[in-house]
Design a protein around this ligand. Structure first.
Ligand code: AMP
Length: 273
């Protein structure tokens, strides 16, 4: 596995290959969720590039940028074992300069749910993803459904800017008890780790209700809130796959989303129905 520290180093290495590239952007502290994206890219492409970059512009003032977990040695081994060809591990100054042009999230879809809770977050995400896609020029880029709104906005950016890359969405990987894997799970203490299960349980409750024929989003959200108690819930929402509000679940076109805080740790999860 080759390691590139700067965009020009990465571009020089890529010039030596003629094959099409699969790309997995991450912020590191890799877990099995990341690994599922990497493995799919390795399966589908001759060359796989993984980036590890904790992008400062997607963190709001007071968020966990300074304490975001960093495990570069372990991450390097995971990538190497998984068959990654190039690990791209740039510094902030290699990616950003002063007074830049930015990508701005759309007014409606970019400012509900995560965009409402974290104003400016998606501008940072879209800007860095645009940069990374331009540096790597992959044929395919792999993203988790765990970050459903991020995925939808990246798909919209690729469409709106006529970018030549296929975005491949992959399923959320969970612990055996249902907790969605996240680099932030390591912040949870034992009690919070148990409480966090209420999030996936509330989504299971929603699935059961839909299977019983309950489609009213109001009714489903109320039942989910009961399961989530006494967590500090930021939102429970049911939207279409294009993030429009729904009065009734449309099977095959709906996403049920939850964001909740456990102490200072903010977790999100969702279910595609
Ligand atoms: P991050 O390192 O948190 O920026 O995540 C990098 C990529 O991994 C994103 O596309 C995430 O959606 C994806 N990802 C994070 N957690 C999971 C998970 N539990 N299952 C599948 N993909 C995930």
């Amino acid at each position: 596995m080759k390691i590139a520290k700067t965009p020009s180093e990465l571009k020089d290495i890529l010039k030596t290959y003629s094959s099409s590239v699969g790309f997995v952007p991450t912020m590191g502290a890799l877990h099995h969720g990341h690994l599922s994206l990497i493995e799919e890219s390795v399966r589908e492409n001759e060359i796989t590039v993984v980036s590890i970059f904790v992008n400062p512009t997607q963190f709001l003032e007071g968020e966990d940028l300074d304490k975001y977990p960093s495990k570069i040695d372990a991450d390097e081994k995971i990538c190497s074992f998984a068959g990654v060809d190039i690990l791209f591990y740039p510094n902030i100054n290699d990616i950003y300069e002063e007074d830049e042009i930015k990508v701005i999230a759309p007014n409606v879809r970019g400012f509900i749910l995560e965009g409402f809770s974290r104003p400016g977050h998606f501008d940072g995400v879209l800007t860095v993803v645009m940069k990374l896609l331009n540096i790597v020029s992959p044929a395919k880029a792999y993203f988790g459904k765990k970050d459903a709104q991020q995925l939808a906005l990246i798909q919209q950016m690729v469409k709106n800017f006529f970018m030549d890359v296929e975005i491949v969405p992959l399923e959320t990987v969970r612990e055996s008890d249902g907790l969605a894997l996240s680099s932030r799970n390591i912040y949870l203490n034992d009690t919070q780790r148990v409480d966090a299960l209420k999030i996936s349980k509330s989504l299971k409750t929603a699935t059961k209700l839909v299977m019983q024929g309950v489609l009213s989003t109001q009714e489903i959200k109320e039942k989910m809130q009961l399961v989530l108690e006494p967590l500090e819930v930021e939102y429970v929402s049911i939207v279409s796959r294009s993030f429009s509000p729904l009065k009734e679940v449309e099977i095959g076109n709906s996403i049920i989303l939850v964001a909740a805080r456990l102490g200072s740790t903010r977790l999100i999860d969702n279910l595609w129905v």
